[in-house]
Write a protein that binds this ligand. Structure first.
Ligand code: ZN
Length: 92
């Protein structure tokens, strides 16, 4: 028997996807903003370039995570999401 996939909303295009195919950003209570893991408020972004390279993505993330992000966040984020999309079976 196959379990129903856990669906999550992409904060950019507002469509729901299987969580396994989404890039997860978490505001962890202890570690701050981290990718894929962590406990705390999370946001998900799908692997569409239109979504993660959206010029408003930082604003959308800040709203979703209820936090303010460092200016260098986008640089790290773009690198992380690019490597995530190259190896989609890694992570969660
Ligand atoms: Zn999307």
């Amino acid at each position: 028997m196959q379990q129903a996939p856990i669906m999550r909303l992409c904060i950019s295009c507002r469509k729901t996807y299987n969580r396994k195919n989404l890039f997860k950003i978490t505001k962890d209570h202890k570690q701050g903003i981290i990718f894929h893991n962590g406990m705390g408020r999370s946001a998900y972004i799908c692997n569409s370039k239109k979504c993660y390279s959206d010029s408003k993505i930082k604003k959308k993330l800040q709203k979703a995570l209820k936090t303010s992000l460092e200016p260098e966040f986008i640089y790290i984020f773009e690198k992380e999401i690019a490597s995530f999309n190259d190896n989609p079976n890694q992570g969660i």
